[in-house]
Design a protein around this ligand. Structure first.
Ligand SMILES: [Zn+2]
Ligand SMILES: [Zn+2]
Length: 343
């Protein structure tokens, strides 16, 4: 059974109403993560990676502050949460497996305070995305790469923004013959929210337009002029006094985890994103989101989730106090280091 999620059509064709927007249309792929049990051969959030056995596992050099939670204990909780979400009617889904029980008993016998490492810390898988599921990756990544892997350090770093530091890897899946079966695990994590619930994906392409703060002054004035909207079918007249919020909420940028498209702004005004290596303007690669939707973005709830909107935080990842972490890639040379922003 394959997972499908379908975003309802937008209430109106905004590029027909404002033709200057038409050339700014961009494709984004909404990932639609849902709790599951992904394998290394699947696209996933928080799932096992197709990682070559003979390649060193990524570590973060810090400097680190102390983490508050045992990674393995949180991982056991996350697997239980995934099972409960997958089999809500089966009471046995919440029970620990013998393997999970053994992990928890071993952790109980350890003194957590003695385990704090001095050296580099193993990173945690965040996203594994195959180009066969998300074709947009072929245009964003290096030529020949068909697999994107994103990991992060689950500890905070003094002097950095309050979001996890990520590492990005591109590879050809066919080149991985021997898979690393037991990757190292960091001893602790800063927050439980830095360990995603294992999720499978239901990628879906949608069309996006820029956040209004990235548009010209003239275009912003047109969007806030109700007389421009009035004649169009599909406009909710409750937006008459503030029509640009209709654009913001329903017609421009999709909420949730996604690849490509336009960035959402709100935490700060738009800032220039130039490649630190070559100065080229960078493209959005991956958005790591706290929520798949919230009250302002109801029109983006997939048909399949409209009966149960409690699934708005399927990964249980939280960035800051409910923000998004945006990763950007250099279009001139995708191998240049990426940058990241919190929004
Ligand atoms: Zn770190
Ligand atoms: Zn560059």
């Amino acid at each position: 059974m394959s997972l499908i999620r379908t975003t309802p059509p937008r209430p109106l064709d905004v590029a027909a109403l404002f033709p200057q927007l038409a050339p700014l249309a961009r494709t984004a792929t909404r990932l639609h993560p849902r709790p599951g049990s992904p394998t290394p051969q699947d696209s996933s959030i928080g799932g096992p990676l197709l990682w070559p056995a003979d390649e060193p596992w990524p570590h973060c050099d810090g400097p680190h502050t102390d983490g508050g939670f045992s990674t393995e204990a949180v991982q056991v909780d996350r697997r239980v949460q995934a099972r409960v979400a997958m089999y809500p009617d089966d009471p046995s889904a919440a029970r620990y497996t013998p393997e999970e029980q053994a992990i928890l008993e071993r952790l109980d016998r350890m003194s957590f305070d003695d385990e704090w490492p001095e050296g580099p810390v193993a990173m945690l898988p965040v996203a594994q995305l195959y180009a066969r599921d998300i074709p947009l990756l072929r245009t964003l990544g290096p030529s020949g790469a068909d697999l994107l892997q994103v990991l992060w350090c689950p500890l905070d770093h003094p002097e950095e923004f309050y979001m996890p530091r990520t590492a990005v890897f591109w590879r050809s899946a066919a080149a991985v013959t021997d898979i690393l079966t037991s990757p190292p695990v960091p001893p602790s994590v800063e927050f439980e929210e830095y360990v995603p619930v294992p999720c499978v994906l239901a990628p879906e392409e949608v069309t996006e337009y820029p956040n209004s703060s990235e548009l010209s002054k003239e275009m912003q004035e047109q969007l806030s002029d109700w007389s421009r909207w009035q004649a169009a079918a599909g406009v909710d007249s409750s937006y008459a006094s503030y029509p640009e919020s209709f654009y913001w909420s329903h017609l421009s940028v999709a909420p949730g985890w996604k690849v490509g498209g336009w960035p959402q702004w709100g935490y700060t005004d738009p800032t220039p994103r130039t490649c630190p290596t070559c100065g080229t303007a960078m493209d959005p690669l991956l958005t790591i989101a706290t929520f798949e939707w919230d009250s302002g973005y109801r029109s983006w709830v997939p048909y399949e989730d409209q009966a149960d909107e409690s699934s708005s935080q399927p990964t249980r990842v939280q960035i800051g106090s409910g923000y998004k972490q945006q990763l950007y890639i250099c279009p001139a040379a995708p191998e240049h280091p990426h940058i990241e922003l919190m929004q």
